[in-house]
Design a protein around this ligand. Structure first.
Ligand code: URA
Length: 211
């Protein structure tokens, strides 16, 4: 039986509570608060960034600083708004001084992300920057694979540049805008594939009723 949105919401709230009190790595000592992520529990698109920065650590919400503003612009270019997607990070607590997250911090935090993905069950995952990209495409270079979706199980995973990188390097701006512009097509392809696979799983009588 399909899981209801209400059930997904309560599972996500449970996960968020776990994240907020998590002490699996040392970042809990220096954070103001952990940032679990936000968005509809049944979002079809999930965006995964690096880690909270200063603003996010203060407010407890992902992508609320300058990179977040640009991210909203990018979503707009894809005909989406912030409220349509689930936004989170691979590491849920701010690394001090905004340093890169360490491998053991990522390893400690990834089980939370995996649980969020399992509950939301999105059609498309967009990785923003090299740390979340490394989760699905270890050893690959973002300059080579950005904007190119890969099928992972039932979903598409699309590696994209981090919006903050594009804010700092003007040359990347057009590239990331173009990559985000492809999102509606990826979403349509992935949703169609899901419908086909769901229909295959249905008993024959239910398949007949499709026609
Ligand atoms: N950069 C990220 O990767 N995540 C945020 O939440 C904010 C900035």
């Amino acid at each position: 039986m399909a899981v209801t949105v209400h059930e997904k919401e309560s599972k996500l709230a449970e996960i968020a509570a776990g994240i907020k009190s998590c002490a699996r790595c040392e970042l809990y000592r220096t954070r103001t608060q952990a940032v679990p992520g936000e968005g509809p529990a049944d979002a079809r698109v999930m965006l995964i960034g690096e880690a909270p920065g200063w603003n996010e650590d203060q407010q407890g919400r992902p992508f609320v600083g300058a990179a977040g503003k640009f991210l909203e612009e990018l979503l707009g270019a894809a005909g989406l708004s912030r409220g349509d997607v689930f936004i989170t990070n691979i590491v849920k607590s701010r690394p001090p001084g905004n340093r890169d997250p360490l491998p053991d911090e990522i390893a400690a935090c990834v089980p939370w992300l995996e649980r969020q993905i399992e509950v939301i069950d999105p059609d498309v995952i967009v990785t923003l920057g090299r740390f979340s990209m490394g989760q699905w495409f270890p050893g690959e270079r973002i300059s080579k694979i950005h904007g190119q979706p890969r099928k992972v199980g039932r979903r598409l995973v699309v590696p994209m540049y981090h919006p903050a990188a594009a804010l700092h390097q003007q040359a990347l701006r057009a590239t990331i805008v173009e990559d985000f512009g492809k999102l509606p097509k990826f979403l349509a392809e992935s949703a169609m594939q899901r419908d086909i696979e769901d229909a295959k799983d249905e008993p024959p009588a239910a398949q007949m009723s499709l026609f």
